[in-house]
Design a protein around this ligand. Sequence first.
Ligand code: PL3
Ligand code: FE2
Ligand code: FE2
Length: 233
Amino acid sequence: MNIQSKPLSVLPNYASDSYLDAFSRINGLVIIGEGIACRHFRYLARAIPDDRDELLRLADMEARHASDFVGCANNLKVKPDLTLAKRLFQPLHDLFLSCERDENIAGCLTIQGVIVECFALAAYQNYLPVADSYASPITAAVIDDESLHLSYAERWLKLNLTDAKTIVVEISRKALPIALAILKTLAGDMRKISIEPEEIVASFSEGFKQSMESIGLSSKEVNPILIRAVASI
Ligand code: PL3
Ligand code: FE2
Ligand code: FE2
């Protein structure tokens, strides 16, 4: 069964060395990103006791995503490049840890719940039409979960906006260029697996704007941060 939604002519050759080599780095990034997301939601479960069970469920989903994407690498007989991925994710994780040390829950949720989740959604939505037939249903299911993670953060930040607003702005200003720098480093590999990095940036910007709007920030507050971050790449 062919479950891809793009014409065969634009689908990559999943067996080519170039595809498999690029996939090892992209897949490594995804596995590390999902592992770090799990760790971040476990911290949030401790920090927000009222929502502990819900946040632990989200953390468990992240652990499952990581192991499902390991399965995608095994299916293609690829060894994920975890070393590069750790290095690429470290600055975002460090920023999360500094918010964690300051007990800055709004900052943690801005990084993990909004920025990382918007990034993941933009990336997975653009990967889905060019995914191999093993990875495709896995990616579709992960996308549904990531939407739940984003909705949780939006709900919490909206409820706490009076105190959180300046933090959301300040942390977004720091975290957006870091997230976009990860994308820039792997732009060549993304093209090799038939994803246009510019389309991820466009989907990400759209998703981030919508998310900020749902939290209660105006486009006048959000646009300059986004424009500055996109100009930095
Ligand atoms: C949130 O739950 C996890 C965050 C992971 C971030 C991943 C970013 C991925 C960029 C490349 C996407 C291409 C998808 C390929 C899948 C094997
Ligand atoms: Fe995830
Ligand atoms: Fe997630």
